[in-house]
Design a protein around this ligand. Structure first.
Ligand code: ZN
Length: 390
């Protein structure tokens, strides 16, 4: 955020975080972005667990399209589907929406060959610390496991909830059942639907009417989920259910901030199934397109919605592509992408290093809030990613 805006937000934001009894008289829970000349009124945040920069920037790795290294069941079919001598063609095969829309009209951070590495700074390079880093904006070294431990630190979602109050919808749909703990749902008050939790009752918790057709559709999805084998484990549902929840929320409630947290690309990689990993990444790209289609078809979302995408960690190289962690070289690299009305269309960013921790202030900035003013440990916004108009 530019400095001229920062001072203006300081007092209202502090007031928003103070308990109601301590709030200065006359300070309302107004929408700060109304004053920031931001065109963004809705933020769509999508995370793709464990999608490493190698596949994002170069498409499928030809050396893994086999049974031995990649665990690919039908190597001939996989090569026909994903391979090409040109990495630019390969990445467009894998992520057609990302490279035709986000990279063309938005910005992409994390291409190391362009001088723009994006680093995970928590030193752990696995999921809980990664999601904590990207939502808190700083690193708490005590967060050192994926256990269901409530995050002791506020995230940017705490700030958003307190700022907006109950009038604006914030919602999170995640495939992994640890998200309610990472966001400390009870403390933050941000509703999180995750794991195999049913969707229809969750919409009841959002406190807004969604109509009988959508209610019926959600119940059908819940019936289907209950009828499927938990192939990824009891703590992780298929991404399709998280996506359908997020799409229904976007369509019916036009949330102020919506987070869709996809998990399958990481799961299939851990199982050493490169073919299924690539299919899951390709589905994630399709989900992005469908959500963006939803935005474009709704006049109240079009031209006022910003999409932010990232991943919680990278993965190793060579035979270590299945893994990530403190000892897995390469898994400290990730990427971040944005598309929206306040993001200049610079495409692949050059000579602009970044860190995963900058995501939190960037999300706050898109809502007109200066996170480092509230949390001095938070990393600044991504440079040049959000430029409010005059
Ligand atoms: Zn993992």
């Amino acid at each position: 955020m530019e400095r001229r805006y920062a001072v203006r937000w300081f007092l209202p934001v502090l007031a928003a975080f103070a308990p109601a009894a301590c709030r200065a008289p006359g300070v309302s829970e107004e929408d700060p972005s109304a004053h920031a000349h931001l065109r963004t009124r809705h933020v769509l945040f999508v995370t793709i667990d464990g999608l490493r920069p190698a596949e994002l920037f170069q498409g499928a790795d030809p050396s893994l399209l086999d049974r031995k290294k990649g665990g690919v069941r039908d190597a001939k079919a996989a090569r026909a589907r994903w391979d090409d001598p040109d990495p630019v063609v390969r990445r467009r095969k894998l992520l057609p929406f990302f490279w035709s829309a986000i990279a063309e009209r938005g910005q992409v951070f994390g291409h190391r060959l362009s001088g723009s590495p994006c680093r995970v700074t928590n030193g752990r390079n696995f999921s809980y610390p990664g999601y904590a880093e990207m939502t808190m904006g700083w690193v708490d070294l005590s967060l050192d496991s994926n256990a269901k431990r409530p995050n002791p630190n506020p995230t940017v979602f705490d700030l958003l909830r307190r700022t907006y109050g109950p009038g604006e919808t914030l919602a999170v749909f995640g495939s992994w059942d640890v998200f309610p703990f990472i966001l400390h749902e009870k403390r933050s008050g941000v509703p999180v639907n995750a794991g195999w939790s049913p969707l229809a009752p969750f919409f009841g918790r959002l406190g807004k009417k969604i109509g009988p057709t959508l209610e019926h559709d959600l119940r059908l999805l819940d019936d289907l989920a209950a009828a499927l084998p938990p192939a990824l484990g009891t703590g992780e549902r298929f991404d399709a259910f998280s996506f359908e929840g997020a799409r229904a929320c976007l369509r019916a409630l036009r949330p102020r901030v919506l987070w869709l947290a996809l998990g399958e690309p990481d799961d299939w990689a851990h199982r050493r199934r490169y073919d299924l990993h690539l299919e899951a990444v390709h589905r994630a790209d399709r989900f992005l397109r469908l959500l963006w289609d939803e935005v474009q078809s709704d006049p109240s979302l079009r031209d006022s919605t910003t999409l932010v995408c990232t991943s919680d960690h990278g993965r190793g190289g060579g035979a270590e592509w299945t893994s990530h962690g403190a000892r897995v070289r390469g898994s400290e690299w990730t990427w971040i992408a944005l598309l929206g009305p306040d993001t200049p269309p610079l495409g692949l960013r050059r000579k602009t290093p970044s860190t995963l921790s900058q995501v939190a202030a960037t999300l706050a900035g898109l809502c007109g809030l200066d996170l480092p003013r509230f949390e001095p440990r938070a990393a600044p916004q991504l440079k040049g990613a959000v430029i409010p108009g005059p």
